[in-house]
Design a protein around this ligand. Structure first.
Ligand SMILES: Nc1ncnc2c1ncn2[C@@H]1O[C@H](COP(=O)(O)OP(=O)(O)OP(=O)(O)O)[C@@H](O)[C@H]1O
Ligand SMILES: [Mg+2]
Length: 241
């Protein structure tokens, strides 16, 4: 397994948001994390990416709410529970947040360059070529201001930005959110190419159905608790999705 999150518990003050959930993702596996609104999907992704530590620190500094986290996160067998998100990003864990915004005044290609700032120049152009091969539409739009793209195109750009550093594990928080179903198949094709290129994916969505062709395994959570875990086939035969 490339990722193992073990017995994760998160409290916001006294309210439990994630109730002892364990999640794993294998090498080049695509895993679905499904659940309704407020079930804890984003919080789990924040625990895996480490963003929750930043949120916790900021809350503490401003005398805000107390956030309590239990459990362990392992990445490539290494305990990363205490690592800050930027260090996890350097190790290859990249989070693409829901409705994640692009830099609207910069062009598509400038956005990609910003996202790939840690890369050396020749790697940078290779990665840009790679994301254009996955999202050819972005190549056509490369000189357009990102703010002028459609919602679906901006979504492609924000996923492309997450791909720039060549992550080993891509965390996607509701990538289909707000997209019209005509975009779904384009995005799913792109995600399966990303998987084929060697990146593991953990994808959070409200509904399993649209991403079913893509995933290998799935977890379903409700109110912060795990209610199902199994392979795609087990999911299909198990529940009304
Ligand atoms: N920063 C925060 N402060 C207080 N409560 C929070 C915070 N973030 C999340 N929560 C609470 O934790 C629970 C889980 O929220 P989370 O955002 O993880 O759910 P979600 O499954 O991602 O929902 P959605 O589908 O709406 O994105 C909710 O009850 C939410 O109100
Ligand atoms: Mg969410």
């Amino acid at each position: 397994m490339i990722l193992e999150a073990k017995e994760i518990i998160v409290f916001f003050e006294n309210a439990i948001a994630v109730n002892e959930i364990s999640i794993s993702v294998g090498e080049t596996e695509v895993v679905g994390l499904f659940g309704p609104n407020s079930s804890g999907k984003s919080t789990i992704l924040n625990v895996i990416s480490g963003l929750i530590l930043d949120i916790q620190k900021n809350e503490k500094r401003r005398g805000g709410q107390r956030i309590t986290i239990f459990g362990k996160v392992y990445f490539a067998q290494r305990d990363i529970t205490k690592l800050w998100p930027y260090k996890r990003a350097r190790m290859g864990i990249v989070l693409c947040r829901e409705r994640h915004s692009v830099f609207p005044e910069s062009s598509v290609e400038e956005n990609l360059k910003i996202a790939g700032f840690i890369l050396k120049r020749n790697e940078l152009s290779k990665r840009i070529a790679f994301v254009y091969s996955i999202f050819p539409r972005l190549k056509d739009l490369r000189n357009e201001k990102a703010g002028l793209l459609s919602g679906g195109e901006q979504q492609m750009l924000s996923i492309s930005m997450a791909l720039m550093p060549n992550p080993r594990l891509l965390l996607l928080d509701e990538p289909l959110f707000g997209l019209s179903p005509v975009f779904y198949s384009k995005l799913l094709d792109a995600l399966s190419k990303i998987k084929d290129s060697g990146t593991s994916i953990l994808i959070a969505e409200q509904f399993a159905m649209p991403v079913l062709p893509l995933i290998d395994r799935a977890y379903i959570i409700e109110n912060g608790s795990l209610v199902f875990h199994g392979t795609k086939n087990e999911l299909i035969s198990n529940i009304d999705i």
